[in-house]
Design a protein around this ligand. Structure first.
Ligand SMILES: Cc1ncc(COP(=O)(O)O)c(C=O)c1O
Length: 356
């Protein structure tokens, strides 16, 4: 067959997202770290307003101005330090593209968000990822990270799939030492203790970029809105790479309504955190090894060391969780936090599995 495209494209391994069953299927979906609760009911008014006023015939504001202003206020930074993106994945894609010239190196702890290696490969310019394995206790290996050289250091805070939150001062030391851009991906930070975010450090470190998302703590995975926070200079440069109208009008105002409804956000977040702590205890009682996750998922090691079998058993019983096959993750499964009812069903299915 004639090859019409660049050779690198034929050689590329695409990102494999977690399985997405039909929205109306009866599956208990604990495989992609979505929020088990619906978003703020306030979003309905915005949808109705935009549709009833016929506003969708127009293009949206190119920088999602109203949302951007509210995000800036929320974090106490200037609006010119925010780039609103189509999911945080778009922000990450823009950043990798902006940084990676020919044969550059991306340094990451390993394992971490499995999109980073893909974003490195799809530059198709010989850039490579240098993975620094986690220590035995699944924490970052800061000694090795401090020695690593590259154009970009990317990590998730808390990390995925472990959910472990590293100490702020250790991360700040690395940001200070690293020669290139540092991406701190805070997709799950709202589930961690307050003041864990590195956003305040942007004032001091011109090489630091934070990514955030409305997908997880605001229950808005379906609309795809995230953002980058950085110095004014970095954000102005990165903005050159976005699509002209990268976020839709409905999406902008849904995210804005959800952000303004902090009371709903805080009570939802509390529920997820409470369920997480409860699920940790119940899994420990069943003999699981459970990491100290500060995210909306748990990374757990089954008592009989048979994670793949557990994953398959639960799948047959309509409970979807995640199993990764890399060297470290292959001994664990990752389970997103569900509603109390879903978690009860999960525990009873796991108990059945353990008796087999
Ligand atoms: C660490 C991390 N960053 C980013 C994302 C992507 O988020 P978004 O839905 O905003 O693209 C995910 C999604 O699972 C994630 O685990």
């Amino acid at each position: 067959m004639k090859k019409y495209f660049r050779q690198e494209l034929y050689d590329l391994d695409a990102y494999v997202p977690g399985e997405q069953p039909d929205p109306d299927s009866k599956v208990i979906k604990l495989n992609t770290n979505e929020n088990p609760y619906p978003p703020s009911p306030e979003i309905q008014k915005e949808i109705d307003r935009i549709v009833s006023q016929g506003l969708l015939r127009r293009y949206p504001n190119p920088v999602s101005r109203d949302l951007r202003n509210e995000i800036a206020k929320h974090h106490g930074v200037k609006e010119t330090q925010i780039l609103v993106t189509n999911g945080s994945d778009e922000g990450l894609a823009i950043l990798f593209r902006a940084v990676l010239g020919k044969k550059n190196t991306v340094v990451t702890p390993y394992p971490t968000y499995s999109l980073y290696p893909v974003l490195t490969e799809i530059q198709m310019n010989g850039s490579r990822i240098k993975k620094i394995p986690l220590k035995k206790n699944l924490h970052f290996n800061f000694k090795k990270l401090a020695k690593a050289k590259g154009a970009l250091l990317a990590f998730a805070h808390p990390n995925a799939p472990t959910g472990i939150l590293e100490k702020k001062e250790d991360l700040v030391t690395i940001v200070n030492q690293f020669d290139g851009i540092v991406l701190c991906d805070e997709a799950y930070i709202d589930f961690a203790p307050e003041n864990s975010s590195l956003i305040p450090e942007i004032k001091e470190f011109g090489n630091l970029i934070i990514s955030r998302t409305f997908s997880k703590s605001y229950s808005l995975t379906g609309i795809r809105v995230g953002y980058l926070v950085g110095s004014e200079n970095s954000i102005s440069l990165l903005s050159k790479l976005k699509d002209s109208y990268n976020v839709g009008m409905i999406e902008e105002y849904i995210a804005l309504a959800a952000l303004k409804d902090q009371a709903y956000f805080l009570s939802n977040r509390e529920k997820v955190i409470r369920s997480r702590e409860n699920l940790k205890k119940r899994l420990k009682l069943l003999g699981f090894g459970v990491t100290q996750s500060e995210a909306n998922f748990l990374f757990v090691r089954p008592p009989q060391n048979n994670p793949k079998e557990l994953f398959e058993f639960l799948r047959k019983n309509n409970v979807f969780i995640r199993y990764f096959t890399d060297d470290i993750s292959k001994n664990f499964v990752r389970i997103s936090i569900g509603t109390e009812e879903e978690n009860n069903f999960l525990i009873s299915a796991i108990s059945d599995f353990l008796k087999l």
